[in-house]
Design a protein around this ligand. Structure first.
Ligand SMILES: [Zn+2]
Ligand SMILES: [Zn+2]
Ligand SMILES: [Zn+2]
Ligand SMILES: [Zn+2]
Length: 229
């Protein structure tokens, strides 16, 4: 797993007030952020889950999101793919209290109860303080840890709201030390794939393995470019 990431830049931004905070201070800040939309009296309130989600392998990648308790796991799956993961439509799964909720459960496994679909709502499975895990792509897996930080009454919404995220980590070119822009998906595994534009031209593996460096725990893996196809 990549360790070229400088651990100096651990901060991230609250998107409600646009201020920066260290990762450890973010949960408390989000609880008290004055800029969080206060539900006006007329609009309907509903149960909202505030989640912290981070990469299990590189916890420098983290985000906070709010999602209605009545939303299905499939909506959270969609959100995670969009913001962090989607490269070629791989399979994914949540693991909650030891049960697997899969994007495409195998018919037989579903019948025997070994796998379930993502057609379950968050409030049916999770409560405040619970932890769950998530995996995208069984071949080249990106694993995430999910923590239910808070369950509260908030404005009704049908979407997942991204409320905070880590700043893009600084990664240096392994050849010259300048800011890395590209990563070789082959050399990534030895933590030797991080390259600046100039050094990438003479990289031994050739241009086919080079991917852009993006702010995601899936950086450099499979064909991930950060662009939705
Ligand atoms: Zn804030
Ligand atoms: Zn892929
Ligand atoms: Zn370089
Ligand atoms: Zn290479």
């Amino acid at each position: 797993m990549p360790h070229a990431h400088s651990s100096k830049n651990l901060k991230g931004r609250c998107f409600l007030c646009r201020k920066e905070f260290p990762k450890t201070g973010m949960p408390t800040h989000l609880k008290n952020c004055k800029h969080s939309p206060s539900p006006d009296k007329k609009s309907k309130k509903e149960t909202i889950f505030r989640l912290s989600i981070e990469s299990s392998a590189i916890p420098l990648y983290w985000l906070y999101a709010e999602i209605p308790g009545k939303a299905k796991l499939s909506l959270l799956d969609e959100f995670l793919r969009e913001i962090w993961l989607e490269c070629c439509g791989h399979l994914s799964e949540f693991k909650i209290h030891g049960v697997r909720y899969c994007s495409t459960p195998a018919e037989e496994e579903e019948r025997s109860g070994k796998e379930k679909s993502m057609d379950y709502t968050l409030d049916a499975l999770l409560s405040e303080g619970d932890r769950a895990s998530y995996l995208y792509d069984y071949g080249t897996p990106t694993e995430l840890t999910i923590h239910v930080l808070d369950v509260f009454q908030g404005c009704s919404s049908k979407k997942v709201h991204l409320i905070a995220q880590n700043n893009t980590p600084e990664i240096r070119c392994i050849e010259c030390g300048k800011k890395a822009e590209l990563v070789c998906s082959d050399c990534l595994w030895d933590d030797k794939g991080w390259l600046c534009e100039t050094c990438s031209c003479s990289h031994k593996c050739g241009p086919d393995h080079l991917l852009p460096i993006v702010n995601s725990p899936r950086v450099g893996q499979c064909r991930y470019t950060g662009e939705l196809k």
